[in-house]
Design a protein around this ligand. Structure first.
Ligand code: UDP
Ligand code: MG
Length: 328
């Protein structure tokens, strides 16, 4: 695993890890079967790092024994802090809850199922010491993902980066190390719609990628459904660009031009060859096509208006039911 996409021209100010605190944020939804593997892996990694660490476990409304197990562990291990959300709010909200309480000089969100290999954190911290503010993992090979997920994810990054002003490096996830400064910047972003990897890219700072191979989930089951991924992709695009809204001006103008040319052609034809009544089929095609285009445009407007409504309501992103391991 080596760092790629390093910008040699960047002037970096080296830092030291001595005495620094590392916050690990682990969102968990029904992850009881993986907890043993997870904490064993984290223990090994933290012991070798030479920094103090806190492990912030965000229980995102699990229905299995995740929370009970976390309480037991937190009682025995002062590094473990637990936030239990009042219901399932989704991974993005869970991550936000973790970011809000993380006290670390460095913050690393990672999945509970060990698909974000904790061993990579050592390399993240090395690069942070060199002066990078954000060190993100790049999935070098997604063989562990289903082909349909690879295809949909690939097309998403292409579409997103083609129309958004702050491109996301392809094949990155939430797995990354962020400096305190970056965390403070993220906390200033008020939006309810948290498309985290988009926000991570938007804040800027000195960023560097580290390639890694994404392994299979160690145990348990994924919580994502394709429908959720579709919503997630729409959230991402709508919160970073209004291009889908504006494109309809161009589509409308183009359609009007075509209609004008067709009208002129028809007039000329009537003048030259006389009246021509048949044409029902072509008429229907044009009417249906125009109708479909309008419906798509309405749908896209709806996507934005709906999100505007969510933002305006201003509800909290998550509600906390219980905290364990935090001083009052
Ligand atoms: N997760 C969560 N809330 C959810 C769904 C997922 O906190 O509603 C967590 C989950 O426990 C895991 C991480 O997000 O730590 C990634 O989820 P998963 O492994 O199910 O997704 P995949 O790896 O298949 O993308
Ligand atoms: Mg996973």
């Amino acid at each position: 695993m080596t760092a790629d996409v390093r910008d040699r021209a960047l002037r970096l100010t080296p830092r030291s890890r001595a005495g620094k605190l590392l916050s690990l944020i682990v969102p968990m939804h029904n992850e009881a079967p993986v907890l043993d593997h997870l904490f064993k892996a984290l223990d090994g990694v933290i012991a070798d790092l030479g920094v103090r660490a806190e492990i912030i476990c965000v229980d995102d409304g699990s229905r299995d024994a995740t929370l009970e197990q976390l309480r037991t562990r937190a009682a025995a291990d002062p590094r473990i802090r637990v936030i239990a959300l009042s219901r399932n709010f989704g991974k993005e909200a869970a991550l936000t809850a973790g970011v809000d309480v993380a006290a670390g000089d460095m913050v690393v969100p990672l999945d509970a199922d060990l698909q974000d290999p904790p061993s990579l954190i050592a390399e993240f911290v090395d690069l942070w010491e060199q002066g990078y503010d954000v060190v993100y993992g790049v999935r070098a090979d997604r063989r562990s993902d289903h082909w349909l997920k690879r295809l949909t994810a690939g097309s998403f990054y292409r579409v997103f980066n083609a129309i958004s002003a702050s491109p996301i490096p392809p094949s990155t996830g939430d797995f990354r190390l962020m400096d305190r400064q970056v965390i403070e910047a993220l906390k200033q972003l008020p939006e309810r719609n948290r498309f985290m990897k988009g926000l991570f890219a938007w804040v800027g700072f000195r960023q560097v990628g580290v390639a890694y191979v994404r392994p299979e989930r160690v145990a348990g089951q994924t919580s994502w459904r394709y429908f959720q991924l579709w919503r997630f992709a729409l959230d991402g695009i709508t919160s970073f660009t209004t291009a889908p809204l504006r494109v309809w001006t161009v589509v409308g103008l183009a359609a009007a031009m075509v209609a004008l040319i067709a009208a002129l052609a028809l007039i000329v034809r009537v003048l030259v060859v006389g009246r021509d009544v048949p044409g029902y089929a072509s008429l229907m095609v044009v009417v249906l096509f125009g109708f479909a285009i309008q419906m798509i445009a309405f749908g896209i407007l709806g996507e934005y208006v709906g999100r505007l409504y969510e933002e305006v309501k201003g509800r909290p992103l998550y509600l906390v039911r219980e905290r364990v391991g935090f001083e009052a």
